[in-house]
Design a protein around this ligand. Structure first.
Ligand code: A2P
Length: 328
């Protein structure tokens, strides 16, 4: 009997967990939905049934769960994931709380499924921007070996949860922002998550550290600038990559197109390139504007787009759970 807890079921990613589960129908017998006391008792329609949302407490996992999908913020994960894990439940955590811990696999199923082999009941879902980047980079790193990466992101407001989404919707009507420090409508904020002592934001350092961990290669030199833009759904990324080895551009495009989860959209003569409005609502990673960086010996520029709430969060977590169920 497989029982699954959805933690943060009323949030931006939590509601997408439910949608993706309805679509994919993994082999699960029972679901229980949890959120904070604020929405405990509310009703959520899911899998043709009405579910009453329960308050997450220290005893919530006593009844025995096989898996828990967490997306209720870092503090909730820090406190409750170890409680769930200690009771035999495997947590798939969407927050950044556990990602860089040694015994916690950080997994994108197309990229490093082997890392799921050993865990201590906590598995981390990577940062949304990292997930789509490493899907595009994995086939290239395997074949041409990456020397250096420059990430520049254009990230949707939904990545900041329900409140971030509301700031753009309200901003269109002239209402001041509540989540972001400045208006996001008609604006770009080079500021995602907290600023750190080294001058980078936490989001930028997540991309750098998580890329190293997922690709199992700390020698890659990486820098990043992450920017919030007035888009509801879908993160876009300019990724500049330098390789150790030479490549043929047409072959490199085929390497990308042949990799699971990637759709190459690159036909500039017909103005075809990936855009967030096309990626929204899908689980694929779209790659376009693929062109040689002629300022270095072996470099390429990529434009990579994906739905940050689906592949960047909920769908990736559900795919991890499906892999675990498959293995059992
Ligand atoms: P609630 O609806 O009760 O506030 P978002 O990322 O869209 O802001 O959503 C955050 C999700 O995490 C919501 O489902 C929210 O529930 C939930 N959440 C926040 N804090 C807690 C907590 N302390 N315990 C359980 N769930 C929480």
């Amino acid at each position: 009997m497989i029982r699954v807890a959805i933690v943060g079921a009323t949030g931006m990613v939590g509601r997408m967990f439910l949608k993706v589960l309805e679509e994919k129908k993994p082999n699960v017998d029972e679901y229980v939905l949890f959120a904070s006391s604020r929405s405990a008792g509310s009703t959520v329609h899911f899998m043709n049934k009405d579910y009453i949302v329960e308050e997450l407490t220290e005893n919530s996992f006593d009844s025995g769960f096989t898996y828990a999908l967490f997306s209720a913020g870092g503090e909730t994960s820090l406190k409750f994931a170890p409680i769930a894990a200690s009771k035999g439940c495997t947590v798939i955590d969407n927050s950044s709380a556990w990602r860089m811990e040694k015994d916690v696999p950080l997994v994108v199923p197309e990229v490093n499924p082997g890392d799921l082999a050993i865990h201590k009941n906590i598995i981390a879902n990577p940062n949304c921007s990292t997930i789509q980047a490493v899907v595009a980079l994995k086939p290239l790193h395997d074949k041409y070996k990456i020397k250096r990466i420059v990430y520049s992101t254009y990230q949707a407001v939904s990545g900041a949860g329900q409140q971030g989404y509301m700031d753009l919707e309200d901003g269109i009507k002239g209402v001041p922002p509540k989540k972001f420090p400045y208006p996001i409508f008609g604006n770009c904020l080079p500021h995602i998550d907290k600023f750190l002592d080294n001058g980078y934001t936490k989001e930028e350092m997540k991309m750098i550290n998580e890329t190293h961990k997922i690709l199992h290669d700390d020698t890659i030199k990486i820098t990043a600038t992450t920017v919030r833009v007035p888009v509801f759904y879908g993160h876009s990324e300019s990724i500049n990559v330098e390789f150790y080895n030479d490549f043929d551009l047409d072959t490199l495009k085929k390497d990308l197109a042949n990799f699971p989860g990637i759709i190459v959209k690159d036909d500039i003569e017909n103005n075809i390139y990936p855009m967030p409005i096309d990626a929204a609502g899908t689980d694929e990673v779209y790659v376009g504007r693929i062109r040689r960086d002629f300022s270095v010996d072996y470099g390429v520029n990529l434009w990579v787009v994906a739905d940050n709430i689906r592949k960047g969060a909920a769908s990736n977590a559900v795919q991890i759970m499906e892999k675990l169920i498959e293995k059992e």
